[in-house]
Write a protein of this length. Structure first.
Length: 564
């Protein structure tokens, strides 16, 4: 029996809408019921010593581990992880005869000291007061913020004033929403931010690529977890929060807030299977569904009607559902509209809004640059999601039209960027799983090409079989040439050259001789090779991940030099 992980749950999460501590246990052949019973017994013994009362616990078995969770005070979560670890050690002593649990008396005294050192009574009082007043609050180890965006005040957590000394008249909430799903999250976030700015608002944006306030990028990197959300919502310039929620943050920590006004789930597709207990689409859908924990029954959940799992969950949901679909004949969409449900969809090439009673035409798909004239169906879907999302957050239809119309393809680096140079076309995209490739292949089908080149790589945390599946998918495009790249920043434990070698061997098994592929380590060098390789009427699909901006700058430079 092995302890795989121990961590805090700091917001609404996969397990429940509570704060607490979780351990993940590799159980081997041990009866999970015996583990849970023993763990609860020892946990309660320690909680009694800490005067924490009756344990509020939960257990869940996954294919590769057993999760054991208990609720804990918000200002004692670090101590709670150590309580959980002691309960695990005591349970293992009992069930496996392993004698490594610290002495109970000594450990309980140590944990009492840890709890006392961690406690922040002013923080607990402030959280309770904000709840009573209906004002959002979020905090981390360093900062505590009351209110959101332009209606917020932030203090160091150890310098929180007395609640009676706070000027509550200047505090309040701004509209906020979460965007999640397997693919399309970041593009939907960027379109939504552009729409918000077209409405004269300053959005606070957290995403996989960066955090930003309006047009100012505060920092680059993956900020799709609770830390990114908290940081932008502390900014006094923010009028509206547009927050990406990716799988990792949802599983490991949960959400940054207890309430949002709207949430979007774009789709559920295979990606990172076998990690963190997620081995099937149903479990992945549960992870993405975490964003609904911060919605009240009167709030809106925006769902892709063309995704089977989301369509089914939406039909049985307690929330106000707004479905969207590229195909107006989608059966889920049609039934929903007949029942008076709200919907955003494409009809005769026009993005159309149905408010439950009447239809309003917004904008022609061909006039939305990110759709590449309608060829990029996945970005048509993302535009629909962004339009529905921002409309539910109170933004006008005219601002939605303006935001969609004026967001250029190259303003979304690495996601459906089409460049033309000397008669050839270069499509740069972030697609990294089979679902993403399906979307980009549909785009390619609408582009006539004499020859095709593909730049291909994969992150090291995918299984060998998943990497081979990706290669087979790319080969089904019948490319004339393949560039195999390294993804050092996504190696995740693999040695340099290991993933490219799997790709090379699979290509050869598929019938590719060595004249049809090459290895180039860096994406920017691969892009330059593709430009040299391409002739008039050729198409290069560049699947770019780590050097999106460098590749975008390179093509911008080519365009500029061609115009000189």
């Amino acid at each position: 029996m092995e302890l795989l992980d121990s961590r805090r749950l700091t917001g609404p999460n996969l397990y429940w809408n509570k704060l607490g501590a979780i351990i993940e246990v590799c159980i081997d052949d041990t009866d999970p019921r015996a583990i849970e019973s023993s763990w609860q017994k020892h946990l309660q013994r320690m909680l009694d010593a800490l005067n924490w009362g009756q344990a509020d616990t939960l257990s869940r078995q996954f294919p590769d581990f057993l999760a054991l969770v208990f609720a804990a005070p918000l200002d004692a979560l670090y101590a709670a992880t150590e309580v959980n670890e002691w309960a695990f050690a005591a349970m293992r002593d009992e069930l496996c005869g392993v004698s490594d649990a610290p002495d109970f008396a000594a450990e309980s005294e140590r944990l009492k000291t840890l709890v006392a050192e961690e406690q922040i009574p002013a923080l607990v009082n402030l959280v309770n007061t904000c709840h009573e007043r209906g004002i959002a609050m979020h905090y981390d180890d360093e900062w505590a913020s009351v209110g959101l965006g332009k209606y917020s005040i932030t203090w160091p957590v150890h310098e929180i004033p007395a609640v009676d000394d706070i000027d509550w008249s200047r505090l309040g909430n701004v509209p906020i929403g979460f965007i999640t799903g397997t693919n399309g999250k970041t593009t939907t976030v960027r379109l939504s931010a552009a729409i918000a700015m077209a409405a004269g608002l300053t959005p606070g944006v957290s995403s996989t690529d960066w955090i930003a306030v309006g047009n100012e990028v505060l920092d680059k990197g993956d900020y799709s977890g609770p830390g990114g959300a908290r940081r932008v919502l502390q900014d006094s310039r923010v009028d509206i929060g547009i927050l990406e929620a990716a799988r990792g943050g949802l599983i490991r920590r949960g959400l940054a807030l207890q309430h949002a006004d709207c949430a979007v789930i774009t789709n559920i597709a295979e990606d990172h299977m076998g990690e963190s207990g997620v081995h099937d689409l149903a479990t992945l859908a549960e992870v993405k569904w975490v964003v609904t924990q911060v919605l009240s029954k009167n709030d809106t959940l925006v769902l892709n009607a063309e995704d089977p799992l989301l369509a089914e969950r939406g039909k049985n949901s307690k929330f106000n559902i707004c479905f969207y679909a590229c195909d107006a004949s989608c059966s889920t969409l049609v039934a929903h509209m007949k029942a008076g449900g709200r919907a955003m969809y494409v009809e005769h090439g026009i993005i159309t809004w149905f408010d439950g009673r009447s239809r309003s035409k917004l904008i022609a798909v061909k006039d939305v640059p990110l759709t590449l004239g309608g060829a990029a169906i996945h970005n048509v879907s993302n535009a629909l999601a962004a339009a529905a999302f921002t409309l539910q957050l109170g933004i006008s239809a005219s601002a939605i039209v303006s935001g969609l119309k004026n967001t250029r393809s190259d303003a979304n680096p690495g996601r459906g960027n089409l460049y033309r140079y000397k008669g050839a076309q270069f499509l740069v995209d972030f697609a990294h799983n089979l679902h993403g490739l399906d979307a980009i292949f549909a785009t390619i089908d609408a582009i006539q090409a004499k020859r095709k080149l593909v730049l291909l790589g994969q992150a090291g945390d995918r299984s060998d079989d998943a990497i081979r599946d990706l290669v087979r998918k790319v080969w089904s495009l019948n490319p004339d040439f393949v560039i195999i790249k390294e993804m050092a920043e996504y190696a995740r434990g693999r040695a340099k050259g290991e993933v490219p070698d799997i790709i090379k061997k699979e290509l050869m098994l598929l019938g590719a001789d060595e004249s049809r592929f090459t290895y180039i380590e860096k994406e920017i060098d691969a892009a330059k090779f593709a430009v040299d390789w391409a002739q008039e009427d050729d198409l290069a699909l560049l699947l770019v991940h780590g050097e999106k901006e460098a590749v975008a700058d390179y093509f911008a430079g080519l365009k500029s030099s061609a115009n000189d």
